[in-house]
Design a protein around this ligand. Structure first.
Ligand code: MIG
Length: 762
């Protein structure tokens, strides 16, 4: 069996420095081969034809919009009110004292895919934390009970099927979130699109949109802070250039308002859209990946390299080359003759195996998944009833209608084949969904039909939801197929609520210093969108990072939830000893540090399941009033107690750190430092400045022994522990170190206690 494997054919080709469109197109043809390139050309043309044949309704942004008109009637109800206007209807509901839902009609209500909790008791407006003031023209003002104006919304305007929503922003108001962005941390002055799509190759700072857009943001200004979530999955543009200007292409205009401070608002938002799940513990270890581990032997060689260089390894990811002809849920048994055996071999060394799954299913008779899906009517259809097709890696592909509950169940069942092959985790890619295109739209035609759980709808509404529902299908499938193990998957695309089912990674970045710096803002933005479990391809996806750049990227990722090296097929070797040539010691030191921090990281992940708080937090997290912390985009908190100041510039031997008020200790010991100012700290290439809040006790794993490092006394700390997987016993230990240095522990839960040894830093 011959197959076209870009990784095998092209691994010696170096990427061009700055490829233009033509270069990218030629590159694409070279990678895909003439046959699939021809299919892409054909697919581009038929996509254009379907768009012409079945045009999607378009909002009339150029024509004047229609305002609600005058208020005709207002009816109070126990938890809010309804208001009728000449040309629109408004519904305002307090789901809780600090959770307000506003809905403007006309337009279809969303199918509540983002929503986890539905059974809100409701709160009487008088008992709420916000006052809502409705004007006769439909303007709304949201004020706290002590009279602070959080947000003032203009009357919305209807443009055909679209809604235009404006809100006044305060002077100096800062805006963060909106899912995955390659924009500055503060999005004020910027405009973002809500439409999940790949950047078509690789991206660096400034590219928008990306794979995972979420219409949620936090706003902070002199009078307070708040969170707003638009529960509307249509294509949208939100501009914060001046005041907020938001345009949604369809649907009802529904949004939620939650008053700050930000940690509390995120707690509420994740109560509404769901808390993250607790991953198996190994997931918090180090993952090695590359597009182009093409055979079992190659995987073994990589593992040997880690052993030879004395570098701990926790997981290997298999990209599309493990599949047979890029067909989902198959294994190439020539190059991976005994995948299950390979998996057991790795497991014996404590290394897990995860496998990629793409959204598109090869349309090929005789391929079980396609035949079954086709016979059962599982794939998306065009308005004329024919199966929608697009070209992706295997060639012509069909796309499961993942908005149909039966299809989700069917899809979830497919993971059995990969579990049988020894997969421990999964990786969802191309799930925006992306279809290849020659300069056209690289997504399915907008009028592609979707079940939308029985309500019916088109791809215009389903597109942004696709990856969320694919993750849901997989997560729920894995719960059924392997009930005694905790599922883990990470996904390129998603929407609000993805945290219930999947982690994320930040996709195909270009290997440059500005992109390394960008990573911090991107991760913070995702975190403030409820999606805290993410991380970058260490070294950047595409390019040839210098050893220094690779090492600094590695150091940053040491302190992020997903700790993984990955790169494209045509890059030079990206195993740490090759990529960090001459600096492997720095990599080893950080791998060991990650292992030491494991109890703290695992506890932080568990905390997220309880509170929705992201592991990675902006410096203003606990002090929204301190202007010096407001826009810091080169440092962050990891969990409750660590402040990480990664080095993000070339050639640095030291860096500036804005320290919040209070006393801080260097993580690795040494004199305490008074915060509230800016300090310059040494940061040679093998060192990342990390500070611990005074009064914190950090549980660490030191060669299998649990050590509690208390920084100053008195100190407090928490440790969550369990078997590392499954749904069995657990325990939570709360540590108190008295000012005399005596340790007291109060435990909850039945998992056996490890018994911590105290190490006191004074
Ligand atoms: O069209 O599976 O972002 O991580 O290596 C590229 C091959 C498809 C994109 C992913 C990248 C992965 C690659 N994929």
């Amino acid at each position: 069996m011959t197959k076209r494997e870009p990784a095998k054919l092209l691994r010696r080709l170096r990427p061009a420095k700055e490829p233009g469109k033509l270069h990218q197109a030629l590159d694409g043809i070279r990678v895909l081969g003439p046959r699939k390139s021809w299919q892409v050309a054909l697919s581009t043309a038929t996509h254009a034809y379907w768009d012409w044949r079945y045009p999607a309704p378009r909002p009339t942004w150029d024509a004047p919009g229609s305002t609600p008109g005058c208020l005709l009637a207002r009816d109070e109800c126990p938890d809010g009110f309804n208001a009728r206007f000449e040309r629109a209807d408004l519904e305002v509901r307090f789901l809780a004292a600090d959770l307000l839902r506003v809905t403007w009609h006309p337009g279809l209500d969303p199918v509540p895919y983002a929503i986890e909790r539905h059974d809100w008791a409701g709160t009487a407006p008088e008992a709420a934390e916000l006052a809502v003031d409705l004007s006769d023209d439909g303007a709304l003002a949201f004020t706290t009970n002590d009279g602070r104006l959080l947000r003032r919304d203009s009357p919305p305007q209807r443009h055909g099927d679209g809604w235009h929503h404006g809100a006044a922003l305060h002077d100096g108001e800062r805006v963060h979130g909106l899912g995955e962005r390659a924009l500055p941390f503060d999005l004020r002055g910027h405009s973002v699109e809500i439409w999940n799509r790949g950047p078509g190759g690789r991206y660096g700072p400034g590219v928008d949109p990306l794979y995972l857009c979420v219409p949620v943001y936090v706003g902070l200004h002199d009078e307070g802070s708040y969170l707003v979530f638009y529960e509307n999955s249509h294509r949208a543009r939100l501009s914060f250039e001046d005041d907020l200007d938001a345009r949604f292409d369809g649907g009802a205009l529904r949004y939620y308002v939650v008053p700050g401070p930000v940690p509390r608002a995120l707690e509420r938002f994740t109560e509404l859209t769901g808390r993250p799940f607790l991953p198996p513990k190994w997931v918090l270890g180090y993952h090695q990946s590359r597009w182009g581990y093409c055979s079992a032997q190659e995987v073994r060689d990589v593992v040997d390299g880690f052993e030879r260089h004395d570098l701990p390894l926790d997981a290997i990811e298999l990209d599309i080359e493990y599949m047979d002809e890029y067909r989902d849920f198959t294994v190439d048994d020539e190059d991976f003759p005994d995948m299950q055996g390979l998996s057991s071999e790795l497991e014996a060394k404590g290394i897990r195996l995860t496998m990629i799954v793409d959204a598109g299913v090869h349309r090929k008779r005789g391929y079980r998944v396609y035949d079954e899906g086709h016979a059962q009517g599982r794939f998306c259809r065009l308005p004329n009833g024919r199966e929608m097709r697009g070209v992706v890696w295997p060639g012509w592909a069909a796309f499961p209608d993942i908005t149909d509950p039966d299809t989700r169940r069917w899809w979830g069942g497919q993971y059995q084949a990969l579990l049988d092959a020894g997969a421990d985790g999964f990786w969802h890619d191309m799930n925006e969904p992306t279809t290849f295109s020659l300069g056209g739209e690289d997504w399915p035609p907008l009028m592609t039909r979707h079940a939308m759980d029985g309500r019916g709808g088109s791809h215009a509404e389903a597109h942004n939801l696709y990856a969320l529902l694919m993750a849901r299908a997989a997560f729920e499938g894995l719960r059924r197929l392997r009930p005694h193990r905790r599922p883990w998957l990470f996904s390129r695309s998603g929407w609000a609520g993805l945290q219930r089912y999947a982690w994320n990674w930040t996709g195909d970045t270009v290997s440059t210093w500005p992109t390394l710096h960008q990573t911090v803002s991107t991760v913070l933005g995702l975190s403030l969108s409820g999606l805290g479990f993410t991380g970058p391809d260490i070294g950047g996806y595409q390019g040839d990072p210098s050893p220094e750049l690779y090492v600094r990227w590695f150091e940053l990722a040491t302190f992020l939830p997903l700790f993984r090296t990955h790169c494209a097929y045509d890059n030079p070797p990206r195993e740490p000893w090759a990529a960090a040539k001459g600096l492997t010691d720095a990599v080893r030191a950080h791998l060991r540090l990650r292992r030491r921090l494991m109890p703290y990281l695992y506890t932080t992940a568990w905390q997220a399941t309880q509170t929705g708080w992201p592991p990675i937090r902006p410096l203003f997290w606990e002090d929204e009033a301190d202007q010096r912390l407001a826009r810091v985009d080169d440092a962050f908190f990891l969990g409750d107690h660590l402040l990480v100041a990664p080095v993000l510039t070339e050639g640095a031997q030291s860096r500036r750190v804005v320290l919040p008020k209070g006393t801080w200790y260097p993580l690795d010991g040494g004199e305490s430092i008074e915060g509230g100012g800016v300090i310059e700290v040494a940061a040679p290439v093998d060192h990342t400045p990390v500070f611990v809040r005074s009064g914190a006790a950090i549980p660490m794993d030191e060669d299998g022994e649990l050590k509690l490092h208390a920084y100053g006394a008195p100190a407090h700390g928490v440790l969550y522990s369990d078997a590392g997987d499954g749904y069995g016993l657990w325990r939570v230990d709360r540590f108190t170190v008295s000012d005399r240095g005596a340790l007291e522990t109060s435990g909850e839960g039945d998992y056996p206690s490890a018994g911590a040894q105290l190490h006191l830093h004074r």
